[in-house]
Ligand binder design. Structure first.
Ligand code: HEM
Length: 241
């Protein structure tokens, strides 16, 4: 039978928030966030995960329909959705002190996971976009295609920015981190915008009617809002720490 811990031993167990502030927070030495901010950001974080889950399922459904028409070229959709919406979005969320799954990791561990997710996500997103660019005879004729190209270029730039962050962050850690976080966020916003235009432009083929398209676009917009909110709070906490 399991023994019940005594009240005195429980008093010494650090809470998740305390662990986070000691090891994994944006600024381990900074003042603790207010209870209101803490609660709000935890709710925003949970909603963001729920909404992004729904967006991923809708993206995969589009890929499934597309595979019936175009066969292996549906890889474009799977790779871009997994790269941008699953991996790169989680790479951004993993650094937030309010993110559920990464909360008990130390700052060093979070940084490592951020790198792995970011590299894997960028590799999939870049491959997914290039597959489609090579396959399309008349390139960049649609809004989705043009914005997708900008997302691809920003993804490459973000990777270069990430390497600069790694090499030079000792020179001016704060400004380099803020610039890196801002460029990463801009990249994701542009990629999500391209996804929104994909949902809207190909609605008749993939999402079977206007109401589903509106649902898909709304879920994407609100999910992206949650991602942006987490990232901006992180950036501001860095600026004022
Ligand atoms: C974040 C996700 C996505 C990104 C960044 C992205 C990016 C791109 C890029 C760069 C191209 C090549 C444009 C060209 O050469 O003209 C493209 C084409 C295409 N994509 Fe996506 N894509 C995404 C998701 C999707 C989804 C979910 C669908 C299906 C609903 C889709 C359907 C297509 C189609 C049909 C084309 C060829 C026609 C066109 O250029 O619009 N894509 N995409």
């Amino acid at each position: 039978m399991q023994s019940v811990p005594s009240a005195s031993s429980l008093a010494n167990v650090p809470t998740v928030t305390a662990v986070n502030q000691e090891n994994g927070g944006v600024n381990p030495e900074g003042p603790p966030p207010s209870l209101l901010l803490l609660r709000t950001m935890h709710v925003v974080n949970t909603l963001t995960h729920l909404l992004l889950g729904a967006v991923i399922i809708l993206g995969v459904l589009c890929g499934n329909y597309y595979s019936i028409i175009k066969g292996p070229l549906s890889a474009h959709i799977y790779l871009c959705v997994v790269g941008y919406v699953v991996l790169m979005s989680q790479a951004v969320l993993s650094l937030s002190p309010y993110n559920g799954w990464s909360q008990t990791f130390s700052y060093q561990e979070k940084r490592f996971m951020h790198w792995v997710l970011q590299i894997a996500g960028s590799a999939l997103a870049i491959t997914g976009s290039i597959i489609k660019i090579v396959d399309t005879p008349d390139n960049f004729q649609t809004v989705h295609g043009i914005i997708g190209l900008i997302a691809l270029l920003l993804t490459c730039l973000s990777m270069i920015g990430g390497i600069i962050n790694l090499l030079f962050f000792k020179v001016n850690p704060k400004i380099i981190k803020i610039l890196h976080a801002s460029l990463g966020l801009l990249t994701l916003c542009v990629a999500y915008l391209s996804l929104i235009f994909a949902f809207s432009d190909y609605s008749n083929i993939f999402l079977n009617g206007v109401s589903n398209v509106r649902l898909a676009i709304s879920l994407t917009v609100v999910g992206l809002g949650g991602l942006v909110a987490s990232s901006i709070v992180n950036i501001f906490q860095r600026i004022y720490s």
